[in-house]
Design a protein around this ligand. Structure first.
Ligand code: LIP
Length: 276
Protein backbone atom coordinates (compact mmCIF):
# COMPACT_ATOMS: atom_id res chain seq x y z
CA UNK A 1 0.00 0.00 0.00
CA UNK A 2 1.65 3.30 -1.20
CA UNK A 3 2.35 5.52 1.88
CA UNK A 4 0.36 8.76 1.75
CA UNK A 5 2.38 11.95 2.25
CA UNK A 6 1.64 13.72 5.52
CA UNK A 7 -0.69 16.70 5.24
CA UNK A 8 1.20 20.01 5.13
CA UNK A 9 1.13 22.22 8.23
CA UNK A 10 -0.37 24.97 6.19
CA UNK A 11 -1.99 25.10 2.76
CA UNK A 12 -0.05 27.01 0.10
CA UNK A 13 -1.39 30.44 -0.94
CA UNK A 14 -2.07 29.71 -4.61
CA UNK A 15 -2.05 33.37 -5.74
CA UNK A 16 1.41 33.82 -4.22
CA UNK A 17 2.54 30.49 -5.71
CA UNK A 18 1.34 31.65 -9.14
CA UNK A 19 3.15 34.99 -8.74
CA UNK A 20 6.41 33.18 -7.93
CA UNK A 21 5.97 30.69 -10.80
CA UNK A 22 5.36 33.53 -13.28
CA UNK A 23 8.48 35.31 -11.95
CA UNK A 24 10.56 32.14 -12.41
CA UNK A 25 9.18 31.56 -15.93
CA UNK A 26 10.03 35.12 -16.96
CA UNK A 27 13.62 34.80 -15.68
CA UNK A 28 14.16 31.64 -17.77
CA UNK A 29 12.28 33.23 -20.68
CA UNK A 30 14.81 36.06 -20.73
CA UNK A 31 17.68 33.52 -20.75
CA UNK A 32 16.03 31.69 -23.67
CA UNK A 33 15.59 34.91 -25.67
CA UNK A 34 19.25 35.82 -25.13
CA UNK A 35 20.41 32.37 -26.27
CA UNK A 36 18.02 31.54 -29.13
CA UNK A 37 20.54 32.26 -31.89
CA UNK A 38 23.60 31.35 -29.79
CA UNK A 39 25.64 28.12 -30.14
CA UNK A 40 24.38 25.79 -27.38
CA UNK A 41 26.19 23.02 -25.50
CA UNK A 42 24.43 19.64 -25.67
CA UNK A 43 24.74 17.25 -22.72
CA UNK A 44 23.22 14.31 -24.59
CA UNK A 45 22.17 13.78 -28.21
CA UNK A 46 20.11 10.82 -29.50
CA UNK A 47 18.43 10.20 -32.87
CA UNK A 48 15.21 12.00 -31.90
CA UNK A 49 16.21 14.11 -28.91
CA UNK A 50 18.72 16.65 -27.59
CA UNK A 51 19.33 17.62 -23.97
CA UNK A 52 21.05 20.99 -23.49
CA UNK A 53 23.22 22.38 -20.70
CA UNK A 54 20.73 25.29 -20.79
CA UNK A 55 17.90 22.89 -19.81
CA UNK A 56 19.79 22.07 -16.59
CA UNK A 57 20.80 25.69 -15.91
CA UNK A 58 17.20 26.85 -16.45
CA UNK A 59 15.80 24.26 -14.05
CA UNK A 60 18.32 25.33 -11.42
CA UNK A 61 17.11 28.94 -11.76
CA UNK A 62 13.49 27.84 -11.31
CA UNK A 63 14.36 25.60 -8.34
CA UNK A 64 16.23 28.44 -6.64
CA UNK A 65 13.30 30.85 -6.95
CA UNK A 66 10.53 28.42 -6.01
CA UNK A 67 12.41 26.83 -3.13
CA UNK A 68 13.27 30.23 -1.66
CA UNK A 69 9.57 31.12 -1.66
CA UNK A 70 8.25 27.66 -0.63
CA UNK A 71 11.08 25.71 1.08
CA UNK A 72 8.67 22.98 2.25
CA UNK A 73 7.65 21.77 -1.22
CA UNK A 74 9.02 19.06 -3.50
CA UNK A 75 10.01 19.63 -7.13
CA UNK A 76 9.77 17.12 -9.99
CA UNK A 77 11.44 18.35 -13.17
CA UNK A 78 12.62 17.02 -16.53
CA UNK A 79 16.16 17.63 -15.28
CA UNK A 80 15.71 15.89 -11.92
CA UNK A 81 14.04 16.18 -8.51
CA UNK A 82 14.66 18.56 -5.58
CA UNK A 83 13.13 19.81 -2.37
CA UNK A 84 11.23 18.08 0.43
CA UNK A 85 10.02 14.74 -0.94
CA UNK A 86 7.80 14.35 2.15
CA UNK A 87 5.67 17.31 1.12
CA UNK A 88 2.12 16.76 -0.18
CA UNK A 89 2.86 19.59 -2.62
CA UNK A 90 5.12 19.26 -5.67
CA UNK A 91 6.13 21.62 -8.43
CA UNK A 92 6.16 19.92 -11.84
CA UNK A 93 8.63 21.72 -14.11
CA UNK A 94 9.76 21.57 -17.71
CA UNK A 95 12.35 24.37 -17.82
CA UNK A 96 12.50 24.39 -21.64
CA UNK A 97 9.70 22.56 -23.44
CA UNK A 98 10.50 22.25 -27.14
CA UNK A 99 14.24 21.82 -26.53
CA UNK A 100 15.02 20.50 -30.01
CA UNK A 101 13.29 23.56 -31.56
CA UNK A 102 15.27 25.82 -29.22
CA UNK A 103 18.54 23.98 -29.98
CA UNK A 104 18.02 24.71 -33.69
CA UNK A 105 17.08 28.37 -33.06
CA UNK A 106 13.39 27.78 -33.87
CA UNK A 107 11.41 30.27 -31.74
CA UNK A 108 8.71 27.78 -30.69
CA UNK A 109 9.52 26.70 -27.11
CA UNK A 110 8.37 27.63 -23.61
CA UNK A 111 8.70 27.30 -19.84
CA UNK A 112 6.09 25.09 -18.16
CA UNK A 113 5.48 25.16 -14.37
CA UNK A 114 2.65 23.45 -12.45
CA UNK A 115 1.91 23.03 -8.74
CA UNK A 116 0.27 19.75 -7.72
CA UNK A 117 -1.08 18.47 -4.41
CA UNK A 118 -1.43 14.84 -3.36
CA UNK A 119 -4.82 13.87 -1.92
CA UNK A 120 -6.53 17.11 -2.80
CA UNK A 121 -10.02 18.10 -1.63
CA UNK A 122 -12.67 15.41 -2.24
CA UNK A 123 -14.07 15.50 -5.77
CA UNK A 124 -10.94 17.05 -7.28
CA UNK A 125 -9.84 15.17 -10.41
CA UNK A 126 -6.38 13.60 -9.97
CA UNK A 127 -3.79 11.79 -12.05
CA UNK A 128 -3.44 8.05 -11.44
CA UNK A 129 -0.71 8.75 -8.86
CA UNK A 130 -3.15 10.72 -6.69
CA UNK A 131 -1.89 14.22 -7.51
CA UNK A 132 -4.12 17.05 -8.77
CA UNK A 133 -2.85 20.15 -10.56
CA UNK A 134 -3.80 23.35 -8.69
CA UNK A 135 -2.03 25.93 -10.85
CA UNK A 136 -0.40 26.09 -14.28
CA UNK A 137 1.94 28.61 -15.94
CA UNK A 138 3.19 28.35 -19.53
CA UNK A 139 5.40 31.14 -20.91
CA UNK A 140 6.48 31.53 -24.55
CA UNK A 141 9.29 34.12 -24.38
CA UNK A 142 9.51 34.53 -28.15
CA UNK A 143 5.86 35.56 -28.60
CA UNK A 144 5.82 37.02 -25.06
CA UNK A 145 2.67 34.99 -24.36
CA UNK A 146 1.91 34.01 -20.75
CA UNK A 147 -0.83 31.46 -20.03
CA UNK A 148 -2.03 31.03 -16.46
CA UNK A 149 -4.70 29.03 -14.66
CA UNK A 150 -5.75 28.44 -11.06
CA UNK A 151 -8.01 25.40 -10.51
CA UNK A 152 -11.66 26.48 -10.52
CA UNK A 153 -10.98 29.80 -12.28
CA UNK A 154 -10.93 30.75 -15.98
CA UNK A 155 -7.67 30.34 -17.90
CA UNK A 156 -5.94 33.51 -19.11
CA UNK A 157 -3.53 34.55 -21.85
CA UNK A 158 -1.64 37.73 -20.93
CA UNK A 159 -4.45 38.38 -18.44
CA UNK A 160 -7.31 37.95 -20.97
CA UNK A 161 -9.82 35.08 -20.42
CA UNK A 162 -9.53 32.40 -23.14
CA UNK A 163 -11.91 29.66 -24.42
CA UNK A 164 -11.51 26.62 -26.63
CA UNK A 165 -12.92 26.57 -30.17
CA UNK A 166 -16.47 25.51 -31.05
CA UNK A 167 -15.58 23.33 -34.08
CA UNK A 168 -17.58 20.09 -34.06
CA UNK A 169 -16.34 18.35 -37.19
CA UNK A 170 -12.90 16.86 -37.80
CA UNK A 171 -13.10 18.04 -41.42
CA UNK A 172 -12.76 21.65 -40.25
CA UNK A 173 -10.31 20.93 -37.42
CA UNK A 174 -6.62 21.66 -36.99
CA UNK A 175 -5.16 18.83 -34.93
CA UNK A 176 -1.64 18.81 -33.50
CA UNK A 177 0.15 15.48 -33.05
CA UNK A 178 3.41 14.61 -31.33
CA UNK A 179 5.76 11.69 -31.97
CA UNK A 180 7.73 11.88 -28.69
CA UNK A 181 11.34 10.66 -28.73
CA UNK A 182 11.54 6.96 -29.46
CA UNK A 183 11.45 4.86 -32.62
CA UNK A 184 8.79 2.71 -30.91
CA UNK A 185 6.46 5.68 -30.35
CA UNK A 186 7.08 6.93 -33.90
CA UNK A 187 6.08 3.55 -35.36
CA UNK A 188 3.05 3.28 -33.08
CA UNK A 189 1.82 6.77 -33.99
CA UNK A 190 2.48 6.85 -37.76
CA UNK A 191 -0.48 4.61 -38.78
CA UNK A 192 -2.92 6.86 -36.91
CA UNK A 193 -1.24 9.93 -38.42
CA UNK A 194 -1.82 8.50 -41.93
CA UNK A 195 -5.50 7.88 -41.08
CA UNK A 196 -6.09 11.24 -39.37
CA UNK A 197 -4.40 13.37 -42.06
CA UNK A 198 -7.24 12.49 -44.45
CA UNK A 199 -9.98 13.29 -41.89
CA UNK A 200 -8.93 16.76 -40.71
CA UNK A 201 -8.34 20.17 -42.27
CA UNK A 202 -4.69 20.25 -41.22
CA UNK A 203 -2.28 18.42 -38.92
CA UNK A 204 0.42 20.42 -37.16
CA UNK A 205 3.56 18.86 -35.60
CA UNK A 206 5.07 21.70 -33.54
CA UNK A 207 7.40 19.93 -31.10
CA UNK A 208 6.35 21.57 -27.82
CA UNK A 209 3.58 19.79 -25.89
CA UNK A 210 2.86 22.61 -23.43
CA UNK A 211 2.32 25.09 -26.29
CA UNK A 212 0.14 22.59 -28.16
CA UNK A 213 -2.07 22.35 -25.05
CA UNK A 214 -2.28 26.14 -24.63
CA UNK A 215 -3.03 26.54 -28.36
CA UNK A 216 -6.03 24.19 -27.94
CA UNK A 217 -7.04 26.18 -24.82
CA UNK A 218 -6.89 29.39 -26.89
CA UNK A 219 -8.91 27.97 -29.80
CA UNK A 220 -5.96 28.07 -32.25
CA UNK A 221 -5.88 24.26 -32.45
CA UNK A 222 -8.95 22.09 -31.96
CA UNK A 223 -7.12 19.06 -30.56
CA UNK A 224 -3.69 17.65 -29.70
CA UNK A 225 -2.66 14.01 -29.35
CA UNK A 226 0.56 12.42 -28.14
CA UNK A 227 1.72 9.07 -26.78
CA UNK A 228 4.89 8.70 -24.71
CA UNK A 229 4.70 12.26 -23.33
CA UNK A 230 5.93 13.08 -19.80
CA UNK A 231 4.09 14.65 -16.84
CA UNK A 232 6.27 17.79 -16.89
CA UNK A 233 5.32 18.38 -20.57
CA UNK A 234 1.57 18.31 -19.84
CA UNK A 235 0.76 19.16 -16.19
CA UNK A 236 0.50 22.96 -16.53
CA UNK A 237 -0.99 22.96 -20.04
CA UNK A 238 -3.55 20.31 -19.04
CA UNK A 239 -5.01 22.51 -16.29
CA UNK A 240 -4.95 25.58 -18.56
CA UNK A 241 -6.92 23.60 -21.19
CA UNK A 242 -9.52 22.37 -18.66
CA UNK A 243 -9.85 25.93 -17.28
CA UNK A 244 -10.63 27.14 -20.83
CA UNK A 245 -13.50 24.65 -21.19
CA UNK A 246 -11.50 21.92 -22.93
CA UNK A 247 -11.25 18.16 -22.42
CA UNK A 248 -7.94 16.73 -21.16
CA UNK A 249 -7.79 12.91 -21.19
CA UNK A 250 -4.56 11.27 -19.98
CA UNK A 251 -3.56 7.76 -18.96
CA UNK A 252 -0.29 6.39 -17.52
CA UNK A 253 1.64 4.70 -20.31
CA UNK A 254 4.95 3.60 -18.86
CA UNK A 255 7.60 4.32 -16.23
CA UNK A 256 8.92 7.67 -15.07
CA UNK A 257 5.72 9.70 -15.38
CA UNK A 258 5.01 8.69 -19.01
CA UNK A 259 1.48 9.25 -20.37
CA UNK A 260 -0.71 8.96 -23.47
CA UNK A 261 -2.99 11.89 -23.95
CA UNK A 262 -5.88 13.36 -25.97
CA UNK A 263 -6.51 17.10 -25.55
CA UNK A 264 -9.44 18.70 -27.35
CA UNK A 265 -12.15 21.36 -27.31
CA UNK A 266 -14.41 18.59 -25.93
CA UNK A 267 -16.70 18.60 -28.99
CA UNK A 268 -14.24 16.47 -31.01
CA UNK A 269 -13.31 14.03 -28.22
CA UNK A 270 -15.38 11.09 -29.48
CA UNK A 271 -13.93 11.40 -33.01
CA UNK A 272 -10.33 11.06 -31.77
CA UNK A 273 -8.15 8.34 -30.30
CA UNK A 274 -4.50 7.89 -29.25
CA UNK A 275 -2.38 4.95 -30.47
CA UNK A 276 -1.96 2.14 -27.93
C1 LIP B 1 9.10 17.60 -26.10
C2 LIP B 1 7.59 17.61 -26.12
C3 LIP B 1 7.07 17.21 -27.51
C4 LIP B 1 7.56 15.85 -27.85
C5 LIP B 1 9.07 15.84 -27.83
C6 LIP B 1 9.60 16.25 -26.47
P1 LIP B 1 10.98 18.50 -24.45
O1 LIP B 1 9.51 17.90 -24.80
O2 LIP B 1 7.16 18.89 -25.82
O3 LIP B 1 5.67 17.21 -27.53
O4 LIP B 1 7.08 15.46 -29.12
O5 LIP B 1 9.53 14.55 -28.11
O6 LIP B 1 9.17 15.33 -25.51
O7 LIP B 1 11.93 17.33 -24.46
O8 LIP B 1 11.35 19.51 -25.47
O9 LIP B 1 10.82 19.07 -23.09
Amino acid sequence: MKATKKAPNSEINLREAQRQAVGAARVVGELMRRNLAAKKRANTVTQHDIKLELDVRSQKLIEKKLRAAFPQTALLGEEGVAGNSDSAYRWVVDPIDGTVNFAYGIPHACVSIALQRENPKAGTETYADGYATLLGVVYDPFADELWTALRGQPARLNGRIIRVSKRRNLQEAIVSIGFAKSRETLEATLPYFLELVHQVRKIRIMGAAALALTYVATGRFDAYIERGIRLWDIAAGGLILQSAGGDFWQQPAGPDHTYRMIASNGLLRRQLRVPD
